[in-house]
Design a binder for this molecule. Structure first.
Ligand code: ADP
Length: 678
């Protein structure tokens, strides 16, 4: 069986990078595509070749099937991997690929069509002997007939758009009187989201767990189930934490669910990877005979596939590619289950404001990958913009352990070590969720988040008193480091390279006022005791903080009254971000000294660190400079101080000429980003 030489990946973000990894493993050349805002995205940089997609709407660009097929042809790709979302469940696209002689890495258009609408899918599954939620999945759509069916089923019922997805077009109806209004609302939402306002009515399972089974079919008629995933932890009907295997699922129930999943998939001649989603009635503790019902089938790879990969030790994307090329599934599938895996989805969103999507430039990003049992599938890199064009999921942190508790501990520790600044995320929310005793005990249901909203939203962004002292010390250290970098590297002992609060005729003490989340203001007094040590007072307390360099990971080592604390400090705009003890604390600057510092870091302004005379200009306007390249030489107190570029860039404007006398803080020149200059 010969595999493809090139595959075009019709997607972006973490899933595009994920597919690239499997291509590499198989020795296949990956071809990326990108809409304009993704020009510098990691998936573009990592592929062998990247084809731009035209169009003014970046989201639409990834949905242009004809353009994607043309791109595949132009790049010589024999197959297209659609990822998830976008065109992954479009039978029309799969068909167009086939017509163009390109292999669509996924199921057949017929199998996709059979599962595309929830009512037809449920009828088909019932025929195949798969249990479905008691309900009405028929053709009648008038209000009276649907209400009659709802009465027959018994309230509470769920109205669902047949074309639904992502929880849209779904309404819970508790009482008969509320039926008409809920139906109208579900229809409106479905019509606008899917262009199809047909609905079905089904029994509402009061205490449901969402358990889904991974299936895989080859082109030789074999379908295998690769165990289950529990995806009960949802917000707004969307999954945020998934795990494999499902906690507390008895072996007998697992067997029944896997059998039903295989029967259902086999009934539609399913090939490639797919997921049968079931709802388990979890009112009583699970037993081998607990009822479960088919909800829908996702005819693609799922976001949460990594947890299955970890407990089966398989590369599902590689198998998607192999199966699409005609390879049969191994005879010994399913492999034995090994350990437990938990995935947490990192979203750019504000949990406290109804999980509202957030946007922004990621000014700092450190991923916890490389730790034992940890995998990070993330679609962005430091410096990238999270925009409102696309889904706000940034990526996933997945942990494997010998058992559930080990996986849980590891995923929490990994989230603690994850550092992201510049865009608000649900990191803290996920952490509190995974710590929650009910989660630790495996007491899951799809209502988990809603029922504990208050505890999970509990704000822990308020700093403790000692965090203020650490922030002041870290800010001081950043300032020192910056002065060192721009001042006189030849003379490390120059008094101008230091910034120890030294003033003639004044004590070496300074005041620093800043605020933290919630707007609390605090003033600290810093007394410099030698070059690296500070005594810090906040009125009531006093700390002694000394900087002892950096750890292997580049974090500051601050000794706070004897304790050695590892801490990352990132300054950006008006903010100082501290990542310490698993927490992300944000401080805002106030005092003059801080603002000085902020301007020095501003959009490329290079200022005089001391009063002096411009002895020599070493650059011209328009000249590209490397980081640390000498820009000009300043003469102060009869000594020469070369000033170096704080970063790479292009000299946009010179504000001084040779011989000029300048004050401390005077603007000398402006550096533009290398890109800005075009
Ligand atoms: P969508 O395709 O919009 O995601 P699903 O049919 O997959 O809709 O259901 C989404 C979620 O809604 C499920 O994971 C579950 O939490 C809940 N749900 C669906 N059907 C039922 C039901 N009959 N009873 C209770 N909850 C349900």
């Amino acid at each position: 069986m010969s595999l493809f030489q090139r595959i075009l990946i019709a997607n972006r973000g973490e899933i595009a990078r994920r597919v690239i990894r499997s291509c590499r493993k198989l020795g296949i050349a990956p071809v990326a595509v990108y809409a304009a805002p993704d020009r510098d995205a990691p998936h573009v940089r990592e592929a062998d070749e990247a084809v731009p997609l035209a169009g003014s709407d970046p989201r639409q660009a990834y949905l242009d099937g004809a353009a994607l097929i043309a791109a595949a042809k132009a790049a010589g790709a024999e197959a297209i991997h659609p990822g998830y979302g976008f065109l992954s469940e479009s039978p029309a696209f799969a068909q167009a690929c086939a017509q163009a002689g390109i292999v669509f890495i996924g199921p057949s258009p017929e199998a996709m069509r059979a599962m595309a609408e929830k009512d037809a899918a449920k009828r088909l599954m019932a025929e195949a002997g798969v249990p479905v939620v008691p309900g009405y999945h028929g053709e009648k759509q008038d209000e009276e007939a649907l209400l009659r069916e709802a009465r027959r089923i018994g309230f509470p019922v769920l109205i669902k758009a047949v074309a639904g997805g992502g929880g849209k077009g779904m309404r819970l109806v508790e009482r008969e009187e509320a039926f008409a209004e809920a139906l109208a609302a579900a229809r409106r939402e479905a019509a606008s989201a899917f262009g199809n306002d047909r609905v079905l009515v089904e029994k509402y399972v009061a205490c449901p767990r969402h358990v889904e089974v991974q299936v895989f079919g080859d082109m030789h008629g074999r379908v295998v189930a690769l165990y289950e995933r529990d995806c009960s932890i949802q917000r707004r009907h969307q999954k945020i934490v998934e795990e494999a295997p499902a906690p507390g699922l008895p072996a007998g129930l697992r067997e029944r669910m896997m059998e039903a999943a295989v029967a259902g998939a086999a009934a539609i001649g399913y090939t490639n990877a797919g997921t049968m989603e079931f709802i388990v009635d979890a009112r009583a503790p699970l037993g081998p005979d607990t009822p479960f019902y088919f909800m829908e089938m996702n005819t693609r790879l799922q976001v949460e596939h990594p947890v299955t990969e970890m407990v089966t030790d398989l590369d599902l994307v590689a198998w998607q590619i192999r199966v699409a090329a005609g390879e049969p599934l191994p005879a010994d599938w399913p492999p034995p289950l090994r350990g437990h895996a938990i995935e947490a989805r990192l979203y750019a969103e504000d949990p406290a404001r109804g999980f509202l999507p957030q946007t922004g430039r990621v000014v700092h990003l450190r991923l916890p990958d490389g730790r034992p049992g940890i995998r990070c599938d993330v679609g962005i890199a430091e410096g990238d913009v999270v925009s409102s064009h696309f889904d706000p999921m940034i990526g996933k942190v997945i942990a494997h352990g010998a058992n559930r508790e080990e996986a849980r501990r590891r995923v929490i520790a990994a989230l603690d070590a994850l550092e992201i600044a510049g865009v608000a995320t649900n990191r803290g929310f996920l952490r509190r969720l995974l710590w929650h005793p009910a989660f630790a005990e495996g007491r899951l249901s799809t209502h988990f988040v809603a029922e504990r909203q208050e505890q999970l939203l509990a704000d822990d962004t308020e700093p403790a008193p000692e965090h203020w002292a650490l922030a002041a010390a870290a800010a001081q250290h950043l300032r020192l480091r910056r002065r060192r970098a721009t001042a006189s590297p030849q003379d490390p002992f120059s008094p101008f390279g230091l910034c120890d609060g030294f003033r003639l005729n004044l004590p070496a003490e300074e005041e620093m006022t800043f605020s933290a989340a919630g707007g609390v203001d605090r003033t600290l007094w810093l007394v410099h005791c030698g070059e690296r040590a500070l005594a810090i007072r906040d009125g009531a307390r006093q700390w002694r903080v000394a900087c002892e360099g950096e750890d292997a990971d580049g974090r500051l080592l601050l000794r706070l009254d004897g304790r050695l604390i590892h801490l990352r400090a990132v300054a950006c705009d008006h903010e100082l971000h501290l990542f310490v003890q698993g927490r992300h604390l944000v401080f805002h600057r106030h005092s003059a000294r801080w603002e000085d510092e902020e301007e020095a870091e501003g959009p490329g302004d290079v200022k005089a660190p001391m009063p002096g005379r411009v002895l020599a200009l070493k650059v011209k306007e328009g000249q590209a400079v490397a980081r640390d390249e000498v820009l000009l030489v300043l003469e102060a107190m009869k000594m020469e101080h070369p000033l170096r570029a704080p970063r790479a860039g292009v000299v946009e404007r010179l504000s001084v000429k040779e011989g000029d006398q300048v004050e401390e803080g005077a603007l000398l020149l402006t550096l533009a980003e290398p890109d800005d200059a075009g």
